[in-house]
Design a protein. Sequence first.
Length: 53
Amino acid sequence: MKLLFGLVGAAMVIAFLASFVVKVREPAMIAVVLIGVAMMLVDLWQARNEPDT
């Protein structure tokens, strides 16, 4: 269940940040957003084996 909620949350964050990146179109901002999304996905990947609480 945690994985499902994590995927839904990740999709919402990516959709929100994608709209921001499309409007701004600064290479530095795109790099920061990509690093943040990568960190979020790594955390989601690591949390998939943790027990649900």
